[in-house]
Design a protein. Structure first.
Length: 487
């Protein structure tokens, strides 16, 4: 296929050159009469490129096939049979894939450390989760994606499972052996969905971790805005093989998707695919060299430790994305929340993740020596400032066993059940009716249907006091917890 083409971008250019005068949405009509204060921030180009698909990028019946061709080019680029663009982020794409595989009362194998969007998919579908044990690093207090052994054990517990879901890479860049996990699923002729939201770049360089579509996965979901260079909410779900019906996947997506997608997102996905096919290998090669140099220089800063060096190995992750640099700051006597906040306020540096002991710096092909030096200068400066930080509250991190609670009800049943707010001190032993997830990374520690434990509640309460963000708790102070009502 001709990967020098970018059909959506070409259609946008043609729309402008032909001087179309729309009497249809969007109402700003390519930026006419938009408040100048808005244009000062967003620029006129954003509005000029905001064109609808019908009678805009394409004609009324989509006869030019603009979006279809762009999606076919993407599928060819990443080794999929079909690719579908979404302007609602991978949260929607993951839910669509789950709905295409498992319906009410079906069992779907899901890692316990999956993203919040996966739990919401369970609520929407009514499926029962067959929880897959992550690979817990008890020394560093971190979970990695499960591997084939964990999925075999999960299938033994839930042989009726109609499919499985795997998150790889995680927010920390840790990856699973996707190929072997897919083999375990296909031995039972059930599909594997890979939430590869952090892995859009993986198909374009052979030194990166395994890419879902060329490693046997049936559906792969990517967020092109995360590790690619597309706009926020840019997502693509890819399909390969016939274990998941493509028409069914489109129908399930239609349940959730917008009928007013933005051409800005489509165009940025389309242009990124062309860029990666033309220059991706060299861009990624340079990016990996830069990230490697930063990793080595970080390790030389007293008080900092590059934690991701210890993430892969037997019983841990199968591999680690070199573009994610995870830095343990406990040697400074502080926590990751304090370091992230100081870097943001004092050095205008935003990190991807902060937790009770580390931060994650995400590199992409957009980084260069200047941005790398900015990060390193900020990290050096924080080591000087850290002794003046107030003592960090202790976060009561529970054991892995406590983070794998008993499931008393299906997530959907618990979420929609009559519920009540109870004081957190009275919540242990009750059935959760809400999601509570530290964000980022957004992997819920409380799922509707969980039997709540004192250990998990103490962890969340102590984490909140230390600076953890819990955006989905009904009570943001965590004084009370939403539980299923008795009787």
């Amino acid at each position: 296929m001709d990967h020098d083409r970018a059909p959506v971008l070409d259609a946008l250019r043609d729309f402008r050159m032909r001087g179309f005068v729309p009497f249809s949405p969007p109402g700003h009509k390519q930026g006419r009469r938009v408040d100048s204060r808005v244009l000062d921030v967003l620029g006129p180009g954003a509005f000029a490129a905001d064109v609808v698909a019908l009678n805009g990028l394409d004609d009324r019946l989509l006869r030019y096939g603009v979006l279809r061709e762009a999606q076919e080019l993407m599928a060819d680029a990443v080794g999929a049979d079909e690719s579908t663009f979404s302007t609602c982020g991978s949260s929607l794409s993951v839910k669509s894939a789950m709905l295409a595989v498992a319906g009410p009362h079906d069992t779907l194998l899901v890692p316990r450390n999956a993203h919040k969007s996966v739990v919401l998919g369970l609520i929407l579908s009514g499926a029962r989760p067959g929880w897959v044990r992550p690979r817990w690093d008890t020394r560093l207090r971190l979970s990695h994606p499960p591997g084939p052994e964990e999925f075999r054990a999960a299938f033994a517990r839930d042989p009726e499972a109609v499919g499985a879901l795997l998150v790889s890479p995680t927010d920390y860049g840790t990856c699973s052996d996707v190929r072997t996990v897919a083999e375990v699923c296909h031995e039972r002729d059930v599909p594997l969905i890979v939430d590869a939201a952090w892995g859009a770049h993986l198909p374009f360089h052979d030194r990166l971790p395994q890419w879902a579509m060329t490693s046997g996965a049936d559906v792969g979901v990517t967020s092109v805005h995360k590790m690619g260079m597309a706009l926020q909410q840019s997502s693509v779900f890819h399909l390969r093989g016939d274990r998941v019906d493509s028409s069914l996947l489109r129908q399930r997506s239609d349940l959730l998707d917008t009928t007013s997608p933005t051409s800005l997102v489509y165009a940025s996905i389309d242009g990124w695919r062309r860029q990666m096919m033309q220059h991706g290998h060299s861009l990624l090669e340079a990016g990996m060299e830069l990230a490697g140099a930063v990793r080595r220089r970080c390790a030389e800063v007293e008080g900092l430790a590059v934690a991701d060096d210890d993430f892969a190995g037997p019983g841990l992750a199968a591999s680690v994305d070199p573009f994610k640099i995870t830095i343990d700051v406990t040697g400074l006597g502080v926590d990751g929340y304090q370091v992230a906040d100081w870097l943001y306020r004092q050095r205008h540096i935003a990190v991807a993740v902060a937790d009770h002991r580390r931060i994650v710096a995400q590199f992409t092909c957009a980084d260069d020596a200047r941005t790398a030096d900015t990060l390193l200068d900020g990290l050096t400066a924080v080591t000087v400032a850290a002794p003046e930080f107030p003592a960090a509250p202790r976060v009561e991190v529970p054991s892995p066993a406590c983070l794998e609670p008993e499931t008393a009800m299906r997530p959907r049943d618990a979420f929609f059940a009559p519920a009540e707010q109870v004081p957190i001190d009275a919540a242990a032993g009750r059935v959760a009716a809400e999601i509570i997830s530290p964000y980022p990374p957004g992997a819920p520690d409380v799922v509707p249907g969980d039997l709540l434990s004192t250990a998990v509640l103490d962890y969340l309460r102590s984490g909140l006091a230390a600076g953890m963000r819990l955006p989905d708790a009904t009570d943001p102070t965590l004084s009370t917890v939403r539980v299923v009502a008795k009787g």
